[in-house]
Design a protein around this ligand. Structure first.
Ligand code: NAP
Length: 293
């Protein structure tokens, strides 16, 4: 049931702090309009320390579901009644659903969205290959989960704080299905270059390069971007980060994170509505919102 007991429009939304950079409201409202559904998607900025009150307020107000972004993707787990298998593996959720019986379900659509976006943009064959992941936050956890399911054989995880990368790998150990993984310090440029030189796929999952710091890049020596390397950057604003521009200039298969954003939003919408969202409409709306700045 998508309208409330009085037949009025029900709400969806996004919780996080800050939300000024989010293009999800534009993207999701464009999809809802095209689907002809009586739902509206609203940004709900939530201050740190107020998450519990905010989630019970959303539930009390009859909100159907929310996306969850920084800094709450891990903290929402303790407020949900049911965690999906992916959420339990990744240790983070980006989608909450408020069921009519009062239960709160937590899902992680970043994992499936990353997989779909990589297969569609930079290539379909990853079994037995080697990847380098930059970052060890919530997004990197979703990437690690997806890559282990995609059959990669070897993964090098680089993070500014190496202990965080080590912690992620030790927590993931039961889910890695025999994938060989090693943690590195992102600031050790020589090791980074060395590992990228041996890799087939480079995934940028830090927040470096995001607007307004669009000139920033976690890689300083671009000579390691060799022929045969595919590059995927989760950052979607700007649509092409400095890393993606450098990779494309060398003729490499490379993509930013805009399509992943669309896929994760569409997967959330289909959980809440039971319908298939219009992906092209969502991509156009997200691109327009990103380029508007
Ligand atoms: P997070 O949990 O806050 O993690 C941030 C990561 O970036 C950490 O690994 C952090 O390293 C690293 N980092 C931050 N500033 C850095 C700097 N100056 N130098 C080096 N490393 C730095 O954030 P997240 O949820 O993982 O998100 C990461 C990025 O992915 C964001 O840009 C987000 O928008 C994007 N994302 C995109 C999608 C999509 O659909 N396209 C989905 C999810 C996320 P430390 O651990 O050392 O602090």
């Amino acid at each position: 049931m998508l309208t409330d007991m009085t037949g009025r429009t029900r709400l969806l939304g996004i919780i996080g702090s800050p939300l000024t950079h989010s293009v999800s409201p534009e993207m999701q409202n464009a999809a809802l309009a095209a689907m002809g559904l009586d739902l509206s998607y609203v940004p709900f900025p939530v201050q740190e320390g107020c998450l519990r009150e905010a989630v019970s307020g959303l539930k009390a107000l009859g909100v159907r579901g929310v996306n969850v972004t920084l800094p709450f993707k891990e903290a929402v787990l303790s407020l949900a009644d049911t965690l999906s298998e992916t959420v339990r593996k990744v240790g983070a959720a980006n989608t909450l659903t408020f069921e009519s019986d009062g239960r709160i379900l937590a899902e992680n659509t970043d994992t499936g969205a990353f997989r779909q976006a990589v297969l569609q943009t930079v290539g379909p064959y990853w079994k037995g290959r080697k990847a380098v992941i930059l970052g060890a936050g919530g997004a990197a956890r979703a990437v690690l989960c997806a890559l282990s399911l995609m059959g990669l054989q070897e993964i090098s995880l680089f993070n500014r704080r190496r202990d965080r990368a080590e912690k992620v790998l030790s927590e993931f150990q039961p889910h890695l299905h025999g994938v060989y993984c090693e943690a590195f310090d992102l600031e050790r440029g020589e090791a980074l270059c060395d590992e990228i030189s041996k890799a087939d796929l480079l995934v940028q999952a830090t927040s470096v390069g995001m607007w307004p710091d669009a000139d920033a890049c976690p890689i300083l020596d671009f000579t390691c971007l060799h022929d045969g390397l595919s590059v995927f950057d989760l950052v979607y604003n700007p649509e092409d980060t400095r890393l993606i521009k450098e990779a494309k200039a060398r003729g490499l298969s490379a993509s930013g994170g805009l399509l992943m954003l669309v896929f994760q939003g569409a997967l959330s919408l289909s959980i809440w509505t039971g319908c298939n969202p219009p992906l092209e409409t969502m991509l156009d709306a997200a691109r327009e919102a990103v380029n508007r700045g």
